[in-house]
Ligand binder design. Structure first.
Ligand code: SF4
Length: 450
């Protein structure tokens, strides 16, 4: 009789960093002999990689747990594990206490213990896999395709008062530049042409091994230097990074925006446009300083598309202070914003120090004001692309069409008589909407292949 091959299923919530961590989880599990399944009903191990950034994200985990409770009643041997930001920030175990269905509950970096835990829980099914000390040394099991995420850093030292990350992921830790460059090189060999570097304050990157940078590297700033190194890799056509912290947009990092493989897009979270609110958030810049950085960025790379994150209705934010955010939004002329209505996260400084005193309908109103402004601005900005040629990396296809992101991170679709998945093509835009540009194929574009 053949031995049963155990199956795992991972559900990932939240940001790209969590997606990258799930790829590491997959590597660890496969080293223990498990294979992936999309079907929860046959999974021997179900892992939820949780997000804790907002209450709604946590509510989704509890909703999924209720479903799993039913499955577990039918198949009591099925193991349920919860990792990610939720266990990371649950210092007093209060959240854990509400999850009796979970067999395993661990912060992200503890994933290296999984082989041992699984073998202890089900010695009949799981065998111990490769042993690693540092989870960032685990090579992710990348999703197939032409794009890949590379975590260059985890944790954060900034302690924005509303944010759980410094508690859930711990203090900032940077990966060696040599490991990052090697990972990127390996990805090229698998056909990846676009890499996205991930970190909580990605441009605050400090290489533990600066000697890994080439002698001819023109930059002293470690993040700029890393970008330059990755630009030298043949085969990589696009480099993207997120999320940047404004005060780490040094002159060199701004200069690195002109490197040839840098996408024509920058994501720079501002969070608010009023200095008092920024101070209460413990963001370490003023609105004027933020706009100064934006001016420098635009001077260095005219036409760059800009994205940001904004929280509306933060503790004590008055209607007038919110208007400062509206003014800043217009002045920066962002292409896109991820706008959140503030929600209290237990364990954060804001939860202890301030009152969540902006009523919910008012938060919603402020969200709608910005949302509408965003749609007006992005439509105007997108119309400027009509008639222009855009470089598009195809990652989606339908019946007779293909789609992908331009270098400005705009969604673009065009008619195509065949699959062009993973190809870089040139498309001429002929029609602009808020979130989509329609275009016609001009030519396939070959990635840099020096
Ligand atoms: S920079 Fe602020 S918002 Fe971003 S992860 Fe760090 S503490 Fe959180």
């Amino acid at each position: 009789m053949s031995e049963k091959i155990p199956k795992y299923h991972i559900t990932t919530y939240g940001c790209q960093m969590n997606k990258s961590d799930s790829e590491r989880l997959a590597t660890i599990l496969e080293s223990c002999g498990l294979t992936a399944t999309d079907d929860l009903a046959v999974a021997d191990l179900v892992i939820m990689n949780s997000c804790s950034v907002r209450q709604s994200a946590e509510d989704r985990i509890f909703g999924q747990l209720r479903k799993l409770k039913k499955l577990k009643a039918e198949r009591p041997d099925m193991l349920v594990a919860i990792t990610g930001c939720l266990p990371g920030r649950d210092i007093d175990g209060q959240i854990r206490a509400k999850m009796p269905e979970a067999d395993l509950y661990f912060p992200t970096k503890e994933m290296v213990q999984l082989p041992r835990w699984l073998a202890e829980l089900r010695p009949d099914l799981f065998h111990t896999g490769d042993s690693v000390q540092d989870y960032l040394k685990v090579t992710p099991k990348y999703a197939p395709g032409s794009q890949a995420f590379i975590s260059i850093q985890t944790g954060c030292n900034k302690f924005c008062t509303y944010c759980v990350v410094p508690y859930s992921r711990g203090r900032e830790a940077n990966r060696p530049a040599a490991d990052i460059i090697a990972e990127a090189r390996g990805l090229v060999e698998t056909g990846v042409v676009e890499v996205t570097l991930l970190g909580q304050a990605v441009n605050a990157y400090v290489a533990p091994d600066p000697e890994s940078f080439a002698k001819g590297n023109p930059y002293q700033d470690h993040f700029a230097a890393l970008l330059w190194e990755l630009n030298q890799l043949a085969g990589i056509a696009r480099i993207h990074w997120t999320a940047a912290y404004p005060t780490h947009m040094t002159d060199e990092v701004i200069d690195a925006l002109t490197l040839p493989k840098q996408v024509n897009y920058l994501h720079l979270p501002v969070q608010a446009g009023n200095d008092e609110v920024l101070k209460r958030m413990n963001r370490r810049y003023t609105a004027a300083e933020f706009l100064e950085i934006i001016d420098k960025v635009k001077a260095k790379r005219p036409g760059i598309a800009l994205g940001t994150d904004i929280i509306v209705g933060f503790c004590g934010e008055t209607a007038e202070q919110f208007e400062d955010t509206v003014s800043l939004y217009k002045a920066a002329d962002f292409d896109i914003a991820y706008i959140a209505q503030y929600s209290v996260r237990s364990g954060t400084q804001a939860a202890e120090l301030f009152k969540d005193d902006v009523p919910r309908p008012e938060k919603k109103r402020r969200w709608q004001v910005l949302q509408q402004l965003m749609e007006e601005i992005v439509l105007r900005k997108n119309q400027a692309y009509v008639g222009q040629q855009l470089s598009v990396l195809v990652d989606e296809e339908g019946d007779g069409w293909c789609g992908g992101n331009s270098s400005e991170m705009k969604r673009v679709r065009f008619v195509s008589d065949r699959s062009r998945m993973g190809e870089l093509v040139t498309v001429k835009a002929y029609h602009a909407m808020e979130w989509l540009l329609m275009g016609e194929l001009v030519s396939p574009e070959t990635p840099d292949a020096e």
